[in-house]
Design a protein around this ligand. Sequence first.
Ligand code: ZN
Ligand code: ZN
Length: 364
Amino acid sequence: MIADGRVARLERLRVSLASAGLEALIVTHIANIRYLTGFTGSSAILVVEGGGGDAALYTDRRYDVQAQEEVAGAAVAEIVRGDPWKAVRRRVEGASATDGIGFEAHAVTAAETQGKNARYAHLIPTTNLVEQLRLSKDDDERRAIAAAARVASDALEAVLPSIRPGLREIDVAAELERELRVRGSEWHPFPTIAASGDRSALPHARTTERVIEPGDLLLLDFGAQVEGYCADVTRTVVVGGRADERQREVYEVVREAQVQAISRIHSGMTGREADRQARSVIEDKGFGDAFGHSLGHGIGLEVHEAPQVSRTNEDPIPLGCVITVEPGIYFPGWGGVRIEDDVVVTDGGTELLSDGKTELVELV
Ligand code: ZN
Ligand code: ZN
């Protein structure tokens, strides 16, 4: 099923190459290579020719058997001794700018483009040609993200009953990561965040040895990965007691902001307008200054990808992309609440891929 998708993706890329006046594209961003060929290794270079041309994947001997198996049907795999660039250079040797061979300018280092051994001299810089194709997710991709989101929900369900005061943040994170792995997450797309008490006010908190105390807010931000596709979920719970009035008030504002955003966002709305759907709810309650980050981001083969659901994005949110909706309110010294779910953006609205179970959980 993935195989069919790859052929269609390569065809769409060839259409983009033609409109950009390119005869071929050298793809170096590894997530783009996976998207186009199914190759799951961490090191390769893909050359995609336009028109009726083919696609060739150059990688090293570590991936000998794996590369042949994974890319069959989409590209020809060639194993190169050492640096795959040797083979790519042979292929594009003597190419000049007029030959129309592009490279991914956003996925190379300055060192690679400068100096006498510059790999990209005489090649044409391009940006985000493959990323543009990756914006709208096909059915297989949506299913993979939904499967990852299910793993995330199930893992949390399994861990919640054991969370109690006296455990350290890292104990909770370790249990959660164990449950994610045994339930089928290929890896953790990012380090699990378990932030308790006043540390929950740090939107990108590091998980520490802090011991959870009765009545603490505990913010859990965690991901799962299935067939390479990521889910990204956050839940905030109260541990070892009922929520106090302030915790409940803040929680319900964040929850209302998320509900409103999920029901109002649709394709064609700009990133800024989408962000606004949650932000206005939080501002109306007087907590605007305490929501210091964007509402969300795209997810797919990467846990942070386009589009940005933020105040600075004036581009329309494309039909079929998958985004997170993650409003939060944070008060330094007190704590914070964030609630994050993953949705597909449709023309009429959004569809939840994660479980959307956001009622306040009090672990008494
Ligand atoms: Zn997250
Ligand atoms: Zn996120």
